[in-house]
Design a protein around this ligand. Structure first.
Ligand code: NIG
Ligand code: FE
Length: 457
């Protein structure tokens, strides 16, 4: 550290609470009064501020919390139109029905590639600005071979975690030939979509696909090289969890209506149970019983289910707040589930934690601890976001100072220190690197604020 390199090593210090989720313990872990070094896009060191090594650049976290970037393992972001009227009708007492998906299928088929891409990128940017540094994205609103293929191809432009969900519902033109649609999904549609996808998913539910159909579709997907994940037991009890267990699914998602045998299948296989409280919020179904799953030893993930019908939120912080308030998860459990839990649901070991060697995906919170995500619901607390070591989002709220090591100070070894004050958000379009941020800050605040600003804690 400290030597000249293309991408400088960055020390983030004076972190009040650094959530690392380190080790393979499956539990939340954190360090107080901490520091962390990013080098070549990964976490090179973390520990107490007092023992922090030197680095090329120093960022003063100002006694705020740093967390792993959120891992949103369940989202449907390729769609046209919106369904706010359906939401309003539900709030006025109408029940949620899986058939609403067909409304979005119509709008999605009618949308241009450019419109779908713009909507997708807007949502992806929205997620990133709120601290989500890894997300999964499903198809499932096209339901023809070309419409599903374009959905997975678009998703692959923004994430490696692409899921083929041709089996979302049976489209209207196949109402009288469900078997014909299942054959399409596991035949030509799968062949067209598999090259763009990593995962296959099925909505196993009354009104969507039954257990045998789900099993047949997952088997075909696995034979084509895709790994399984399943929408199961969302709107009522059903075979979804058992079918997912037999298909070696990485995760079974929703889990709102579970029998004891379903809980056993989850713990017995190690499948991740992904809870999506945004869906229960927006459909007025009861929240899933997280305590029952945790007590049984299940691995629980939290995700947004972002989609225009049952859960139109991109906010992992909102889902954490719901999990804590409505599902009785502790703030530590909820944070773990929204980071390391999501990573497990995607079978990823490089994200969801900040152990040495992890991808440097992190969130600087405008608060001293992770608990504020639930304690201050609805407040935009994400001050800055790094993805693979690049600062990709920051808000005027993020007042921080940046010290550039190596510049001549009074003793020759001092540093320039920039106060990050009010500035335009650096987000959206791409991956602002630290040196670009420095250039922006230098232009905005050209004065030397405090040479020799202390780096340690
Ligand atoms: O996960 N359950 C199925 N799919 C989505 C709902 C999609 C929609 O209503 O458009 C879900 O909740
Ligand atoms: Fe979903």
């Amino acid at each position: 550290m400290g030597k000249t390199r293309a991408v400088p090593a960055t020390l983030i210090t004076r972190i009040a609470e650094l959530v690392t989720n380190e080790g393979d313990l499956g539990v939340y872990t954190a360090i107080e009064n901490a520091a962390l070094v990013i080098e070549d896009g990964v976490v090179a060191w973390s520990g107490p501020s007092s023992r922090a090594p030197a680095a090329d650049a120093v960022i003063d976290a100002g006694r705020r919390a740093v967390l792993p970037g959120f891992v949103d393992s369940h989202a449907h972001l390729i769609f046209g139109g919106e369904r706010s009227a359906e939401f309003a009708a539900r709030m006025a007492g109408r029940p949620y029905q899986a058939g609403g998906i067909r409304t979005t299928v119509r709008a999605t088929r009618a949308a241009s590639d450019a419109a779908l891409r713009a909507n997708l990128r807007r949502l992806a940017d929205e997620m990133l600005a709120q601290g989500t540094t890894t997300f999964e994205c499903k198809s499932g609103y096209g339901l023809t071979v070309p419409d599903e293929e374009r959905a997975v191809a678009l998703a692959a432009e923004v994430t490696p975690e692409v899921t083929y969900l041709g089996a979302h519902v049976v489209p209207p033109e196949y109402t009288d030939d469900v078997a014909g649609y299942v054959d399409l999904v596991r035949g030509p549609m799968l062949k067209a979509c598999a090259p763009h996808a990593r995962w296959i998913d099925v909505f196993c539910e009354d009104g969507a696909f039954g257990g045998d159909e789900t099993a047949a579709i997952l088997a075909a997907g696995r034979a084509a090289g895709l790994a399984a994940r399943v929408h199961a037991n969302q709107l009522g009890p059903g075979p979804g969890v058992q079918v997912a267990a037999r298909a070696d699914a990485a995760a079974v998602d929703h889990c709102t209506y579970l029998t004891d045998a379903d809980v056993d299948a989850i713990t017995g296989t190690g499948m991740v149970a992904t809870l999506l409280p945004g869906a229960e919020f927006s459909t007025r179904h009861p929240y899933p019983d997280a305590r029952r799953l945790l007590a049984a030893g299940a691995t629980v993930a939290l995700a947004t289910d972002c989609n225009p019908g049952s859960s139109f939120t991109s906010s992992m912080a909102f889902c954490i707040a719901l999990a804590v308030r409505e599902m009785k998860m502790t703030t530590e459990e909820a944070l773990w589930s929204a980071t390391a839990g999501g990573a497990r649901a995607l079978r990823r070991t490089d994200v969801g934690h900040l152990g040495t060697g992890a991808r440097a995906d992190l969130i600087l919170l405008d608060a001293p601890s992770h608990a504020y995500l639930a304690y201050r619901p609805g407040v935009p607390l994400v001050a800055a976001v790094w993805q693979a070591g690049n600062l990709v989002a920051g808000s005027p709220r993020g007042l921080m100072s940046l010290r550039l090591a190596g510049d001549a100070g009074p003793e020759g070894g001092g540093a320039r220190c920039f106060q990050f004050g009010v500035r335009p958000p650096l987000r959206g379009a791409g991956y602002a690197r630290l040196d670009q941020v420095q250039a922006v800050e230098q232009a905005a605040h050209p004065r030397v604020v405090a040479p020799g600003h202390p780096a340690g804690g």
